[in-house]
Ligand binder design. Structure first.
Ligand code: ZN
Ligand code: ZN
Length: 247
């Protein structure tokens, strides 16, 4: 039996340099509940250090939390990598951290990157340069995240600057992304019209929320047997009745 699930698969926390300080685990989960969401994904820039805390905060609430990150490739493209468990995303984080530049003198940015626990308590500042591109190229990110059984899709492909189409001039045929994400500024129909290289790929719409009121606007509706990355992958391919109902 298949169920419809409302999803926002791109939410930042206060760990992201551009994330508002209100983006703490309990308030993110409460905002997801108020928005009627069944599942969210935590995807901070080049880090997943707060994902486990949001999973903990959601325990018993009925909101399913996927763990991931929005990796910035060496080309400057934002790539969403989503996983079922914190262990998987933390394995990717190891590779991402060793691919981030270390530049003494940038410490002034660190005080904006807060790691918290599932009770919203401050743990420490993250001293990585999360706002910068990694040295991993798009293929490398796709390969590493796929090897960890993650779902990989380019973020907000209609946006300038860090959207793959603007950076590369097109959506490449390879790597074979599971889906693509478009921003709130465009409908999937409009996206297919102006970006023909999307072809038959599934389109997600997510909030890319950096503040609470954005969570769930827009969202993607899936029809799945249960809430897992593998089920979402089946929906992207339209297999076994699983599907993306609306975005
Ligand atoms: Zn982005
Ligand atoms: Zn984002």
């Amino acid at each position: 039996m298949l169920t419809r699930y409302q999803a926002d698969l791109h939410v930042h926390t206060l760990l992201s340099p551009c994330g508002e300080v209100e983006m703490i685990p309990s308030l993110i989960v409460a905002a997801a509940q108020m928005a009627g969401l069944d599942m969210i994904a935590i995807a901070d820039h080049n880090s997943c250090e707060n994902a486990r805390a949001v999973v903990g905060a959601a325990d018993g609430t009925g909101v399913k939390v996927f763990c991931g990150m929005e990796v910035q490739s060496v080309e400057g493209v934002h790539v969403l990598c989503l996983f079922d468990t914190p262990d998987q995303s933390e394995a990717l984080q190891e590779a991402v951290y060793s691919a981030l530049p270390t530049r003494p003198g940038y410490e002034k940015f660190f005080d904006q990157q807060m790691v918290v626990d599932s009770n919203d308590e401050f743990v420490r500042y993250c001293d990585r340069l999360l706002a910068l591109p990694t040295s991993l190229d798009i293929d490398d990110i796709h390969e590493r995240a796929t090897a960890l059984e993650g779902l990989v899709l380019p973020s907000h492909i209609d946006r300038s600057s860090t959207g793959i189409c603007d950076v590369l001039g097109m959506l490449p045929e390879n790597p074979d992304f599971d889906a693509v994400e478009v921003s709130a500024n465009i409908t999937p129909e409009q996206a297919r019209g102006c970006i023909p290289s999307i072809r038959g790929r599934a389109i997600f719409r997510s909030s890319d929320a950096h503040w609470l009121s954005a969570i769930g606007t827009p969202r993607t509706v899936f029809e799945l047997a249960h809430r897992s990355i593998e089920e979402i992958r089946l929906a992207c391919r339209g297999e076994d009745g699983r599907r993306v109902v609306d975005a």
